[in-house]
Design a protein around this ligand. Structure first.
Ligand code: URA
Ligand code: CA
Length: 433
């Protein structure tokens, strides 16, 4: 088999055979196929697309390129959740203890943040003492005992994705649905998921800016799931403005605690109930999504979910007292309010730019090697669709430096107040096939 024939076949719109796909992935990871040929193929895929059969085979070949996690020693159906990313996305911090509190095992592998997208691990590490360095045995043991544990990326999962993603990033083929879908699904499956709930975000703060592309990506991933025998559903959600009110690590932990106490922002609460009820359903712990939702609502009301959060924090080295005294979390030196310039309704809070503003305050990393400031970030006092009086605080900047002129300028350019504006619809649709 020759790589050049595979490239020309795809260039001309042909369907690659399973052998050709495996030849490419194997050869590329082994270093036998050079970057220039791999990038020619990814560009051909970008223009010619792939069939469901090709995408499923590509996903399998990527999984086979490295190690896989065996979660079979954990009792029950392991349902994983993945979000294509967002700003102020506090979901996992609430969702994981919430679904664990009704008996669904949560064996979560998480990452650190890069750019304006925060990482779950960074947020959790803002709790003093909290750590994610667990051995696989410890990880499995905690999930069996407590139903919940979070671990950092371990082992050599899907090396083909690491290499291909880095190549696509510098050769203009990131925005290809078959390549994104196989990249995400291979990582979830290699991490041991039996079933997968995907949140595919859309809007300014999302990877997929248009709803149409988000739906296409979601449908593709749901079909891959079916092909490889992992039940998968996707929820399409709005990420035109940040999720919830807090953007920043410790600020989001505080928001998660509020939400677990039943007094979180309406959008974050709705999102965790929607995603959570699907996880409970896939785990076989409820007969319908409606029943699953009632179980989760009652866990929030009774305080069971908060108890699970405390147990989770304690079992990974953190002080569970943080749930009762969120002031224990790191706090920034300065709180600076941004007043509304006019009276009206907030019409725009451009998510990625607000994420960028939080990053400039130190809440996110500009490079993989960078560090984060846990304390800093932004709290939105008003969200899209809410009324504001001239001079009233639109948002509060949490900063460790007094001069935030450039952050203020960026925010000014990306917030609009108008006569009228509607609240955006949070849950666009749920895709089950
Ligand atoms: N996120 C991923 O994990 N992979 C992609 O290809 C794009 C976004
Ligand atoms: Ca948030």
């Amino acid at each position: 088999m020759r790589m050049v024939d595979i490239i020309t076949k795809k260039r001309d719109g042909g369907e690659l055979s399973p052998e050709e796909i495996r030849f490419f992935i194997h050869g590329y990871v082994q270093g036998e196929i050079p970057d220039y040929q791999a990038s020619a193929l990814t560009m051909a895929i970008y223009f010619q697309d792939m069939t469901d059969r090709e995408i499923a085979e590509l996903t399998r070949a990527m999984i086979a390129s490295g190690e896989t996690v065996d979660l079979s020693p954990i009792a029950g159906v392991k349902v994983d959740k993945h979000s294509t990313g967002g700003v102020g996305d506090t979901t996992t911090l609430v969702l994981a203890p919430l679904v664990a509190s009704v008996g669904v095992p949560v064996a979560k592998m998480s990452g650190r943040g890069l750019g304006f997208t925060g990482g779950t691990i960074d947020k959790l590490e803002s709790i003093a003492g909290f750590h994610v360095e667990l051995s696989t045995d410890q990880f499995i043991d905690r999930v069996n005992r407590n139903k919940i544990a979070v671990i950092g990326q371990t082992g050599d999962l899907v090396p083909a994705d690491k290499k291909l993603y880095a190549l696509r990033d510098v050769t203009g083929s990131v925005e290809s649905i078959p390549l994104i879908a196989s990249s995400i699904m291979s990582k979830k499956i290699a991490a041991g998921a039996d079933a997968i709930v995907l949140e595919v975000t859309t809007g300014a703060g999302a990877f997929m800016k248009s709803e149409q592309d988000a739906i296409r990506l979601a449908e593709t991933m749901v079909r891959i799931g079916r092909h490889v025998g992992r039940e998968t559903i996707a929820v399409i959600t709005d990420m035109s403005q940040p999720l919830g009110r807090a953007v920043g690590n410790a600020l989001e932990v505080r928001e998660a605690i509020d939400t677990l106490k039943g007094r979180g922002p309406a959008d974050l609460t709705e999102l965790v109930l929607t995603l959570g009820s699907r996880m409970v359903l896939l785990a076989g712990k409820a007969a319908s999504a409606a029943e699953a939702r009632r179980m989760l609502e009652s866990s929030l009301e009774s305080g069971q979910a908060l108890v699970k959060f405390k147990q989770f924090v304690e079992s990974q080295g953190g002080d569970p007292g943080v749930a009762d005294r969120p002031d224990m979390l790191p706090q920034a030196k300065y709180r600076i309010d941004l007043p509304a310039k006019r009276t009206g309704v907030v019409a725009r809070l451009v998510a990625d730019k607000i994420g960028l503003a939080a990053m400039l305050l130190g809440a996110g990393r500009a490079t993989k090697e960078g560090s984060v400031n846990f304390a800093t970030g932004i709290v939105l006092n008003k969200k899209v669709g809410e009324r504001v009086e001239a001079g009233e605080s639109l948002l509060t900047i949490h900063s460790d430096r007094e001069n935030v002129d450039e952050v203020r300028a960026l925010l000014d350019q990306n917030i609009a107040i108008e006569e009228h504006a509607e609240k955006p619809k949070l849950i666009h649709s749920i895709i089950t096939e």
